[in-house]
Write a protein that binds this ligand. Structure first.
Ligand code: SAM
Ligand code: SF4
Ligand code: F3S
Length: 476
């Protein structure tokens, strides 16, 4: 990161420290919420869902119990996302749904957690009058105190970002678990400053979690019956943890191996890899260990090098293609997916064509595709004009989706006749006679139950496909 980026990063973080109502540790509040119920909804990325489990743990430690029914809750929490304008709109609409409930049950407290809380800080209290608590992603330990203050009628805000907080010592409470797959956060924040992205401002500086606590949490999940864990970070390849006793630094490749060695029946996944940082050591670790899934989510964002530079991604088209080549040389059957943004500031039609041609060339197995949504405070919002007309953004996105649908279909068709080891996750939504689960490459396969059940490993032969799913039958 250059000095300009650091300065740009600091400004909003400094803002984050303004106007907080900091509540102090208060022993009188210990367990004061005994018997009270909280209801929580999560939005956004897997890391946010993982944070919800940390929040649940903190609240339960304080005496709260969890309820799945908003109407019976004393505390309603929304763990929010700010990544695109639409994500925030959805949360504002959801808050409206609670207006009537709050009128009926005046003492119900409403709290906004996560990225939207961090981005808007106390302004959120002005904009959304029914909100009582605003709590940023690094302030969850303060939640019991914030709830205590809000109970006395005070609005409570803590949006302090931290350089150290990783919640390493907190044992997350698995709320909506299928008992088979689980998430483990390995780091927090992001230092990359992609110009379009709000995450560095809402999540703060990057910090890596103690490797031993990651291994301990993963082992605990395995011993509780989970068969697959996904290690989470915005940029897992920059994971770096220094063991204070040995002074040795654990890299992401080393961490992956430590987790894979817990047990050969524990499958390991991870997300997200950054094309500028993914190392050959990581690729070789995936190739070497049968239980590290042969799947990499590698967001490209744009297929044009000028646009990538404006996005501050710090790689170009050629670099990305080389990384894909290397992955496929070392792991020929590796699943690769990506993220794409259509219509970034000043993107021309020719540059958009470069994205389409890259999608055709790489033939990703899957992609998450969006049109650019300007986020206040980001580098792009401050430096560039959001000048691609909305209609063009939508049309370019539709073209991207069409090319990718063909690529996904091609990739799926190539799997017909192959047999994959699948971890059964759950009953298929469409039929109670079918189960579904993922193969190593992260593709969902649907197949008749036979005698299998969630948590089993089965061998499934693929018999047909659509562009989104594979269908098959158990052969072993
Ligand atoms: N850390 C991951 C990386 O760098 O690849 C991405 C994390 S971000 C939560 C998920 C995706 O949202 C990004 O890869 C990008 O495609 C998309 N995204 C982020 N900001 C966006 C914006 N302002 N408009 C549209 N899409 C955006
Ligand atoms: Fe956002 Fe870039 Fe960080 Fe991903 S790497 S979270 S896109 S700033
Ligand atoms: Fe959204 Fe925050 Fe994740 S902005 S995508 S919830 S890090």
């Amino acid at each position: 990161m250059n000095s300009l980026d650091r300065k740009d990063l600091n400004t909003p973080l400094e803002e984050a420290r303004q106007g907080e109502v900091l509540t102090m540790e208060n022993p009188v509040l210990d367990q004061m919420h005994s018997g009270k119920k909280f209801y929580i909804e999560s939005y956004g990325c897997a890391m946010n869902f993982s944070d919800t489990e940390v929040v649940a743990s903190i609240l339960m430690e304080d005496g709260f119990t969890n309820t799945k029914i908003a109407d019976e809750a004393d505390l309603i929490l929304l763990n929010t996302c700010s990544i695109r304008e639409k994500a925030e709109e959805r949360i504002r609409n959801r808050l409206k749904d609670f207006t009537k409930l709050k009128r009926r049950k005046k003492n119900t407290l409403i709290g906004v957690l996560g990225c939207m809380a961090e981005r808007l800080k106390k302004d959120l209290l002005e904009q959304e009058k029914l909100v009582d608590i605003v709590c940023g992603p690094d302030a969850y330990r303060d939640l019991p105190n914030l709830v205590g203050s809000a109970t006395t009628g005070q609005k409570a805000v803590n949006v302090l970002l931290s350089r150290e907080e990783t919640y390493a010592d907190i044992n997350p409470v698995r709320l909506d678990t299928n008992g088979v797959t689980g998430f483990v956060s390995i780091m927090r924040g992001c230092d990359n400053m992609c110009s379009f992205c709000v995450v560095p401002f809402t999540r703060g500086r990057e910090r890596s979690r103690n490797a031993f606590s990651i291994v301990a949490e993963s082992r605990e999940l395995f011993e509780a019956g989970h068969k697959e864990i996904t290690l989470l970070g915005q940029n897992v390849d920059s994971y770096k943890w220094k063991n204070p006793e040995t002074e040795k630094t654990v890299s992401f490749a080393e961490l992956l191996v430590m987790v894979a060695e817990i047990h050969p029946d524990l499958r390991v996944r991870f997300s997200t890899s950054h094309p500028k940082d993914i190392t050959n050591d990581v690729i070789y670790a995936i190739a070497k260990y049968d239980n590290i899934c042969k799947y990499i989510h590698l967001p490209i964002q744009s297929g044009n090098s000028r646009v990538l530079e404006l996005m501050n991604r710090t790689y170009d088209r050629e670099w990305f293609l080389e990384r894909v080549d290397t992955i496929r040389k070392i792991i020929p059957d590796c699943g690769i997916s990506t993220d794409v943004i259509a219509g970034f500031c000043s993107e021309t039609e020719e540059e958009h064509q470069d994205t389409l041609s890259l999608l055709e060339e790489v033939c990703f197995d899957m992609a998450y595709m969006y049109f650019y949504s300007e986020r206040p405070g980001t580098l792009a919002a401050r430096k560039y004009k959001d000048d691609v007309p909305h209609a063009d953004k939508k049309r370019r996105l539709a073209e991207i989706i069409k090319v990718q649908a063909e690529a996904s279909h091609k990739s799926n068709k190539a799997d017909i006749g192959k047999v994959f080891k699948v971890l059964v996750e759950k009953e298929s939504k469409k039929s109670a006679d079918d189960l579904c689960g993922r193969n190593d490459q992260n593709k969902m396969i649907i197949f008749p139950k036979m005698n299998a059940k969630p948590g089993d490993y089965v061998f499934v032969e693929v018999t047909k496909c659509t562009s989104a799913s594979l269908f098959g039958k158990i052969v072993k």
